[in-house]
Design a protein around this ligand. Structure first.
Ligand code: ZN
Length: 132
């Protein structure tokens, strides 16, 4: 069971909550027990799980990454988007969520975010649900 989610980021750094889309894919799969694997096949984007209740958390993460990894910093990479590659490495390219009784076992405050670091762009997220 493999599905793609199309993402349209609107700015250079853009965190997009994709929890509901992933829940819909899980519902359609009819898989009740297993693992939901969410993967970003891009080198300047990432995927992470964190709080989606208070939007300030998302802003704090974005702002802190910006400070740690500034866009201009005498990087070698000629394309000019080295900061986006570095943020992608730090955030990571995938998350796995246990599935039980047809539900994602996310904590109360957890959501799944696509993280754009070199937008705006059209992106894909791959969702693979493995029964077991
Ligand atoms: Zn590049």
């Amino acid at each position: 069971m493999l599905k793609y989610i199309d993402i349209y980021s609107e700015k250079r750094t853009h965190f997009i909550d994709i929890t509901d889309e992933i829940k819909e894919i899980l519902d359609e799969s009819n898989i009740k027990e297993g693992i939901c694997y969410v993967y970003v096949p891009h080198t300047t984007a990432g995927i992470f799980i964190n709080e989606n209740a208070d939007p300030d958390v998302k802003w704090d993460i974005e702002n802190t990454l910006e400070k740690l990894i500034p866009w201009e910093n005498n990087y070698q990479h000629a394309e000019g988007n080295a900061a986006a590659h570095i943020k992608s490495v730090i955030v990571g390219s995938s998350v796995s969520i246990p599935v039980s009784k047809g539900k994602l076992l996310l904590g109360t405050w957890q959501g799944i975010f696509f993280a754009e670091f070199d937008g705006p762009r059209t992106r894909k997220v791959i969702v693979k649900i493995i029964e077991g």
